[in-house]
Ligand binder design. Structure first.
Ligand SMILES: [Zn+2]
Ligand SMILES: [Zn+2]
Ligand SMILES: [Zn+2]
Length: 164
Protein backbone atom coordinates (compact mmCIF):
# COMPACT_ATOMS: atom_id res chain seq x y z
CA UNK A 1 0.00 0.00 0.00
CA UNK A 2 1.31 3.46 -0.87
CA UNK A 3 0.88 5.67 2.14
CA UNK A 4 -1.49 8.55 1.46
CA UNK A 5 -0.17 10.68 4.30
CA UNK A 6 3.55 10.33 3.62
CA UNK A 7 4.51 12.57 6.55
CA UNK A 8 3.09 9.96 8.94
CA UNK A 9 5.44 7.21 10.11
CA UNK A 10 5.18 4.34 7.70
CA UNK A 11 7.20 1.62 6.12
CA UNK A 12 8.38 3.45 3.04
CA UNK A 13 9.80 0.25 1.58
CA UNK A 14 6.19 -0.81 1.01
CA UNK A 15 5.51 2.39 -0.97
CA UNK A 16 8.53 1.77 -3.19
CA UNK A 17 7.71 -1.89 -3.76
CA UNK A 18 4.09 -1.19 -4.56
CA UNK A 19 4.90 1.73 -6.89
CA UNK A 20 7.41 -0.30 -8.88
CA UNK A 21 5.21 -3.38 -9.12
CA UNK A 22 2.24 -1.28 -10.25
CA UNK A 23 4.39 0.47 -12.85
CA UNK A 24 5.70 -2.86 -14.10
CA UNK A 25 2.18 -4.34 -14.39
CA UNK A 26 0.83 -1.21 -16.03
CA UNK A 27 3.56 -1.05 -18.68
CA UNK A 28 3.11 -4.75 -19.44
CA UNK A 29 -0.66 -4.28 -19.81
CA UNK A 30 -0.14 -1.30 -22.14
CA UNK A 31 2.60 -3.08 -24.03
CA UNK A 32 5.11 -0.28 -23.47
CA UNK A 33 8.65 -0.83 -22.29
CA UNK A 34 9.72 0.05 -18.79
CA UNK A 35 13.39 0.01 -19.72
CA UNK A 36 16.08 -0.28 -17.07
CA UNK A 37 16.69 3.47 -17.27
CA UNK A 38 13.01 4.41 -17.00
CA UNK A 39 12.63 2.06 -14.05
CA UNK A 40 15.74 3.48 -12.41
CA UNK A 41 14.40 7.05 -12.75
CA UNK A 42 11.11 5.93 -11.21
CA UNK A 43 12.99 4.25 -8.33
CA UNK A 44 14.99 7.42 -7.71
CA UNK A 45 11.74 9.43 -7.58
CA UNK A 46 10.25 6.95 -5.12
CA UNK A 47 13.23 7.07 -2.75
CA UNK A 48 11.21 9.53 -0.75
CA UNK A 49 8.01 11.53 -0.98
CA UNK A 50 9.94 14.70 -1.79
CA UNK A 51 9.67 15.74 -5.47
CA UNK A 52 13.01 15.90 -7.30
CA UNK A 53 14.28 18.12 -10.09
CA UNK A 54 15.59 16.55 -13.29
CA UNK A 55 19.01 17.78 -12.20
CA UNK A 56 18.80 15.91 -8.88
CA UNK A 57 17.77 12.74 -10.73
CA UNK A 58 20.63 13.19 -13.14
CA UNK A 59 23.10 13.50 -10.27
CA UNK A 60 21.95 10.16 -8.85
CA UNK A 61 21.88 8.38 -12.19
CA UNK A 62 25.56 8.82 -12.92
CA UNK A 63 27.60 5.72 -12.22
CA UNK A 64 30.10 7.74 -10.22
CA UNK A 65 32.67 7.78 -12.97
CA UNK A 66 30.53 9.77 -15.39
CA UNK A 67 27.21 11.59 -15.06
CA UNK A 68 24.22 10.55 -17.16
CA UNK A 69 23.40 12.69 -20.20
CA UNK A 70 20.54 15.17 -19.62
CA UNK A 71 18.54 14.18 -22.75
CA UNK A 72 18.31 10.56 -21.58
CA UNK A 73 16.81 11.69 -18.27
CA UNK A 74 14.34 14.03 -19.97
CA UNK A 75 13.30 11.27 -22.38
CA UNK A 76 12.75 8.87 -19.49
CA UNK A 77 10.74 11.53 -17.63
CA UNK A 78 8.65 12.22 -20.76
CA UNK A 79 7.80 8.54 -20.97
CA UNK A 80 6.90 8.34 -17.27
CA UNK A 81 4.76 11.51 -17.56
CA UNK A 82 3.03 10.18 -20.65
CA UNK A 83 2.18 6.93 -18.86
CA UNK A 84 0.93 8.84 -15.82
CA UNK A 85 3.59 7.22 -13.62
CA UNK A 86 4.92 10.58 -12.50
CA UNK A 87 3.58 14.11 -12.20
CA UNK A 88 5.41 17.34 -12.70
CA UNK A 89 5.15 19.81 -9.84
CA UNK A 90 5.24 22.93 -11.96
CA UNK A 91 6.07 25.55 -9.37
CA UNK A 92 9.03 23.54 -8.09
CA UNK A 93 10.03 22.35 -11.55
CA UNK A 94 10.26 18.91 -9.98
CA UNK A 95 8.80 15.43 -10.45
CA UNK A 96 7.10 12.94 -8.16
CA UNK A 97 5.84 9.39 -8.54
CA UNK A 98 2.08 8.97 -8.88
CA UNK A 99 0.53 6.54 -6.37
CA UNK A 100 -2.43 5.76 -8.66
CA UNK A 101 -1.17 5.64 -12.25
CA UNK A 102 -3.73 3.16 -13.59
CA UNK A 103 -6.32 5.71 -14.58
CA UNK A 104 -6.12 9.34 -15.71
CA UNK A 105 -6.95 11.80 -12.96
CA UNK A 106 -6.55 15.35 -11.85
CA UNK A 107 -3.72 15.31 -9.34
CA UNK A 108 -4.12 17.64 -6.42
CA UNK A 109 -0.72 17.78 -4.77
CA UNK A 110 -0.24 18.91 -1.18
CA UNK A 111 3.27 20.23 -0.69
CA UNK A 112 4.86 20.87 2.67
CA UNK A 113 6.91 24.07 2.52
CA UNK A 114 9.05 22.91 5.45
CA UNK A 115 10.14 19.34 4.71
CA UNK A 116 9.32 19.23 0.99
CA UNK A 117 7.09 16.17 1.36
CA UNK A 118 4.30 15.83 -1.20
CA UNK A 119 1.03 13.91 -1.06
CA UNK A 120 -1.34 13.42 -3.94
CA UNK A 121 -5.07 12.91 -4.07
CA UNK A 122 -7.33 12.18 -7.01
CA UNK A 123 -9.41 15.37 -7.17
CA UNK A 124 -12.32 13.89 -9.09
CA UNK A 125 -14.88 16.49 -7.97
CA UNK A 126 -12.58 19.34 -8.91
CA UNK A 127 -11.80 17.68 -12.25
CA UNK A 128 -15.51 17.56 -13.10
CA UNK A 129 -15.87 21.22 -12.24
CA UNK A 130 -12.82 22.26 -14.28
CA UNK A 131 -13.98 20.05 -17.17
CA UNK A 132 -17.38 21.73 -17.23
CA UNK A 133 -15.81 25.19 -17.04
CA UNK A 134 -13.37 24.33 -19.84
CA UNK A 135 -16.26 23.15 -22.04
CA UNK A 136 -18.06 26.41 -21.35
CA UNK A 137 -14.92 28.35 -22.34
CA UNK A 138 -14.46 26.11 -25.38
CA UNK A 139 -11.00 25.31 -24.08
CA UNK A 140 -9.11 22.05 -24.64
CA UNK A 141 -7.20 20.99 -21.54
CA UNK A 142 -3.85 19.33 -22.19
CA UNK A 143 -2.41 19.03 -18.74
CA UNK A 144 -3.69 19.98 -15.33
CA UNK A 145 -2.32 19.74 -11.82
CA UNK A 146 -3.45 21.50 -8.69
CA UNK A 147 -0.64 22.43 -6.31
CA UNK A 148 -1.41 23.34 -2.71
CA UNK A 149 1.38 24.60 -0.44
CA UNK A 150 1.29 24.47 3.33
CA UNK A 151 2.57 22.58 6.35
CA UNK A 152 2.28 18.83 6.91
CA UNK A 153 1.14 17.43 10.25
CA UNK A 154 4.65 16.26 11.22
CA UNK A 155 6.17 19.70 10.67
CA UNK A 156 3.29 21.37 12.54
CA UNK A 157 3.73 18.99 15.47
CA UNK A 158 7.49 19.59 15.52
CA UNK A 159 6.96 23.34 15.58
CA UNK A 160 4.43 23.04 18.37
CA UNK A 161 6.94 20.82 20.23
CA UNK A 162 9.79 23.33 20.00
CA UNK A 163 7.53 26.10 21.28
CA UNK A 164 6.41 24.08 24.33
ZN1 LIG B 1 6.31 6.14 1.66
ZN1 LIG C 1 -1.42 10.86 -9.92
ZN1 LIG D 1 6.52 18.78 6.43
Amino acid sequence: MIHNQPWRDHNHGDCVQEAISRATALCAARNVRLTALRRRVLEILWQSHVPLSAYAILAQLGDGARPAAPPTVYRALDFLLEQGLVHKVEHLNAYMGCPMPEHPHLAAIFLCEHCGCAAEIDAAGLAAEIGAAAAEQDFAIRRQTVEISGACSRCREQRAGTRA
